[in-house]
Design a protein around this ligand. Structure first.
Ligand SMILES: C=C1C[C@]23C[C@@]1(O)CC[C@H]2[C@@]12CC[C@H](O)[C@@](C)(C(=O)O1)[C@H]2[C@@H]3C(=O)O
Ligand SMILES: O=C(O)CCC(=O)C(=O)O
Ligand SMILES: [Fe+2]
Length: 344
């Protein structure tokens, strides 16, 4: 029997991922960012302003946590009704599985202080590393969202970043750990060359984190130097994204797709776990407060381009997200066109 985490056939394709240098002049930046969000829903940023020291401290704390005995980590288990805390293999509440361990944290400092007591032997060090990272990456998220608003000609330039800066923001920090998948290497004699040849057996395409789009506004993703992350192009082909531990990848989420009335599309992506080395990623998922309304920005709605989605609160959307499977296209529930299902 094939395990649900083993992928069968789909092909991958090499494509240049847009890379945007945030030190460029603003007029160039806004155009490049809008273009990347429209064409890919995804791009890499350089000169992002997040100090390497801040990234390294979180990486060290994350590695320390995942290196703990399972019994220790299990004390932080997520669920059954809350997604926060430690998880292994089970993703969400509806039967999705992946070859990973993870830690999901709320981003408010009170919750982090509370969690850190149980997560680390040095809670202050852990919470400082997490808070500093969140603060820095939140700034980056807000800067990108301000550039997006400007590039789209939105009159209120801070309308997007305000949702993330709100003290009630429902943003999340997630650390993912994909253990080294055991690949058997066998040296076999090759009579045609008269040399030993290294053969790799059981090298299956193991899915670490299955195909999905992120529900939030914007995700800022960083990983160690181990590959595995892939994005899906509109033609359905998967593009492997080279790892770059010093830079960040930016992912358009479902909420930004709605806010831009479909001008940006939330990119589908996944993480494979077949590189033969352990991979760790950290994702900051920028989200609005639970009671915030998610609806197309008025400047992006016209008689030629009517609103594609019915308005909903972030809380309503989250409920839909958690009632569905990882790979489901949840925004379909909120489409406004005749003939389409709408959420009750
Ligand atoms: C199966 C699920 C896990 C997830 C919630 C969901 O029902 C569908 C979306 C998943 C996702 C993807 C992005 C983030 O990693 C995440 C925290 C989120 O907000 O949506 C996860 C959810 C999760 O793992 O709890
Ligand atoms: O680990 C990764 O690189 C991606 C994980 C991801 O897509 C997520 O946590 O939503
Ligand atoms: Fe994701």
């Amino acid at each position: 029997m094939v395990s649900p985490s083993v992928l069968r056939t789909r092909k991958t394709k090499a494509v240049g991922i847009p890379t945007i240098d945030l030190s460029l002049c603003r007029s160039k930046l806004v155009k490049l960012i809008v273009k990347a969000c429209e064409e890919f829903g995804f791009f890499k940023v350089t000169n992002h302003g997040v100090p390497m020291e801040v990234i390294s401290r979180l990486e060290e704390e994350g590695s320390g946590f995942f290196a703990k005995p399972v019994a220790e980590k299990e004390k932080q288990r997520a669920g059954p009704i809350s997604p926060f805390g430690y998880g292994s293999k089970n993703i969400g509440f509806n039967g999705d599985l992946g070859e990973l361990e993870y830690l999901i944290l709320q981003t408010n400092p009170i919750s982090i202080a509370e969690r850190s007591k149980a997560i680390s032997n040095d809670p202050l060090k852990f919470s400082c590393a997490v808070n500093d990272y969140i603060q820095s990456v939140r700034e980056l998220t807000c800067e990108i969202l301000d550039l997006v608003a400007e590039g789209l000609g939105i009159s209120d330039k801070f309308v997007l970043s305000r949702l993330i800066r709100d003290v009630q923001s429902d943003s999340v920090l997630r650390l993912n750990y994909y253990p080294n998948s055991a690949v058997k290497e066998v040296n076999e004699w090759d009579p045609s060359t008269g040399k030993f040849r290294q053969n790799h057996y059981s090298k299956k395409s193991r899915v670490g984190f299955g195909e999905h789009s992120d529900p939030q506004i914007l995700t800022i993703l960083r990983s160690n130097d181990v590959g595995g992350f892939q994005i899906c192009l509109h033609d359905g082909l998967w593009v492997p994204v080279p790892p770059d531990p010093t830079e960040f990848y930016v992912i358009v989420g479902d909420a930004l797709q709605v806010l831009t009335n479909g001008r940006f599309t939330s990119v589908r992506h996944r993480a494979m776990a077949n590189s033969g080395r352990a991979r760790m990623s950290m994702g900051y998922f920028g989200a609005p407060p639970l009671d915030a309304w998610i609806t197309s920005l008025p400047e992006l709605v016209s008689s030629q381009r009517p609103s594609l989605y019915k308005p909903f609160t972030w809380n309503e959307y989250k409920k839909a997200v958690y009632s569905l499977r990882l790979g489901d296209t949840r925004l379909d529930l909120f489409k406004l066109h005749a003939g389409n299902k709408t959420a009750s």
